[in-house]
Ligand binder design. Structure first.
Ligand SMILES: [Zn+2]
Length: 594
């Protein structure tokens, strides 16, 4: 029992245990209770919504010795045999693997033979996969089925079936479960199975399941097997952030990170597509999104920045990559090419890429129009009074500088002034000493320390850079708060390596767009997104002066920098997407054209 998959163990046995499909349950129960069951049903709907379970329950009740009110007893010999899969009255055929005409002819021939129970039930799964000839053979039987035979055709794709087949059946449509129904079910299953899982783990399972009960329980099981650790759950928000930034290196790093945690490329791609779909729905129909409310706020903010055209293009591009991946020897390459095309318009060049570009330009214009007039002076580190290091000079010139603008605007916009750390007195008294160290730490980082880190840690840290210091505390700018938390998990090793390299104690503090992140050494719930005030604040066009100033100040840090201060960024340390790609593939070798 312990090794039985959760979704099998908690598979509904009776109609009233089937979640979220009340209309289907009522139709089936009523017809059975009144003795007017049909001879051919078509169950359609997304995977994991209960089609096969409903078909088996129907098969049970049609042969049950103690049927009551349209429900099977689940105790008689016939019911138990159906549950064990040993009943002679129930025949299941997976049309995805038996799609030829021979399999259907064989089935049709045997259909007319007698059966031990009252009804012989044929369950044909993925029936849209049948060949034309097989469909024709099936159609004949559906037109005149033997009186004791009931067909249940199940499909995720009813549009692919011929109209003649559909017209011979009673068509019942299954729906993805509403978020709250599924959330309650998942909680109940976790409790009933004695799984000691945090709310964060339950949320992660819900998110990965995307409204499918089976996928959600599979995700739950996987999480339970790792002790509810959500740290290896793919950070889907990072993919959205990289799309907003149009940062090919960052999106490939995110992919490399997900693969290094043991997820296969196809699953990752499916997860990204589902996440993009949620982002798209958050713009069009938020009530259809299945995700915890706080995460929905983050996704909605990202969606506002990306715009519908970019989201649709990304969904389509990755969707076609998924189709191609079925036959590809190395599916990872296909998704990586798609991701690069989505983050680098020069590699795509289709009309949709242009539309996405216009979307982003419009968004940028809107941001600039709403931003306050810039101060003339370069932004300085509050602790040292010196110009901030890093930023624009370390980027390839063609790369948009929207990284900071893209930092989640939901990250507590109103509370900044109180959270800026007090400058350490010692540092303020010795600005010159700190400046010398600033160069040496940044140099040490680029020239030696980075190369000594484990590939995973290096990949994580390559998304950020040192932007200044506060005495011995060095500010490392990360793309967003969740990323900062990931980096923080490896902080001791990085601090030790840095301290070794410069010969003095170095402490790292993670900042997002110059603002400190939540203290990562006491995370409330690993893997959860930054807290939000519960109100989606999609863009900084909201008209509220404080958040606008807060989010708009960050890109200026990149643009108004005093170039004379940038002694820590020699040309050879400029990181191109290729460098980051190389980092994401440890052991790989770059072969130049000449
Ligand atoms: Zn029974």
């Amino acid at each position: 029992m312990a090794t039985q998959a959760l979704y099998r163990r908690y598979r509904p046995r009776r109609f009233d245990e089937l979640k979220g499909q009340d209309h289907v349950v009522k139709a089936l129960r009523d017809s059975v209770a009144s003795g007017r069951e049909g001879q051919a049903y078509l169950f359609s709907g997304p995977r994991g919504t209960g089609k096969t379970s409903a078909a088996r329950i129907l098969a049970k009740v049609l042969n049950c010795d103690n049927e009551h009110d349209g429900e099977p007893c689940c105790e008689c010999e016939s019911c138990l045999a159906v549950e064990r899969g040993t009943s002679y009255d129930v025949h299941e055929l997976d049309a995805a693997s038996n799609n030829g005409v021979d399999a259907i002819r064989d089935l049709v021939e045997k259909a007319s033979l007698g059966t031990p129970g009252r009804h012989k039930v044929y369950i044909l799964d993925e029936v849209h996969m049948l060949s034309r000839a097989a469909e024709a053979a099936l159609l004949k039987t559906l037109e005149e089925p033997p009186p004791h035979v009931v067909f249940v055709l199940a499909t995720t794709d009813p549009q692919k079936m011929s109209d003649t087949i559909r017209s011979r059946t009673q068509h019942l449509q299954f729906h993805l479960l509403p978020g709250d129904t599924l959330a309650a079910h998942v909680k109940w299953v976790a409790d009933d199975a004695g799984l000691d899982l945090s709310q964060a783990a339950l949320d992660a399972a819900l998110l990965q399941g995307g409204g499918s009960a089976r996928d959600t329980l599979s995700a739950l099981e996987l999480l339970a097997s790792t002790g509810g650790d959500v740290s290896d759950v793919t950070d889907l928000d990072e993919f959205l952030a990289a799309l907003i930034d149009q940062d090919a290196g960052r999106i490939l790093t995110a992919m490399g990170h997900a693969v290094s945690m043991g997820h296969d490329p196809r699953t990752i791609t499916e997860d990204i597509v589902r996440h993009l779909r949620n982002a798209f729905l958050s713009l069009m129909a938020p009530e259809l999104v299945v995700m915890p409310p706080d995460q929905l706020d983050t996704v909605a903010a990202r969606a506002q920045q990306l715009g519908p055209a970019t989201l649709v293009r990304a969904i389509e591009r990755l969707g076609s990559a998924l189709v191609d991946m079925r036959h590809a020897p190395d599916p990872r390459i296909l998704v990586e090419v798609a991701l690069v095309q989505l983050t680098d318009d020069s590699t795509a060049g289709d009309a949709a890429a242009l539309l996405g570009r216009i979307d982003r330009l419009e968004q940028r214009v809107k941001e600039l129009a709403d931003a306050p007039v810039r101060p003339a002076a370069a932004p300085t580190d509050p602790a040292t009074g010196r110009a901030l290091l890093g930023g624009a000079a370390r980027r390839p010139a063609s790369e948009p500088t929207s990284a900071a603008a893209a930092a989640p605007p939901t990250a507590e916009p109103a509370a900044q002034p109180a959270e800026v750390p007090e400058p350490a007195p010692a540092a303020a008294a010795q600005p010159a000493a700190a400046a010398v160290a600033a160069v040496s730490v940044a140099d040490a980082w680029e020239q030696t320390v980075k190369g000594q880190l484990k590939p995973l840690v290096r990949a994580l840290y390559s998304a950020g850079s040192f932007v200044g210091n506060d005495g011995d505390t060095w500010h490392f700018d990360v793309p967003n708060e969740p990323h900062g938390k990931k980096c923080a998990e490896h902080r001791p090793a990085v601090e030790a390596a840095l301290s070794d390299a410069v010969g003095a104690a170095v402490t790292i503090e993670f900042v997002v767009g110059g603002k400190p992140t939540g203290r990562a050494d006491a995370p409330a719930a690993p893997g959860t997104p930054p807290p939000s005030d519960g109100v989606p604040t999609p863009t900084n066009a909201a008209g509220d002066a404080a958040p606008v100033a807060a989010t708009a100040a960050a890109p200026e840090a990149d643009e108004d920098i005093d170039l004379g201060e940038l002694t820590d960024a020699p040309p050879e340390s400029v990181q191109t997407p290729i460098d980051r790609l190389a980092e994401a593939f440890p052991g790989s070798e770059l072969i130049s054209d000449d």
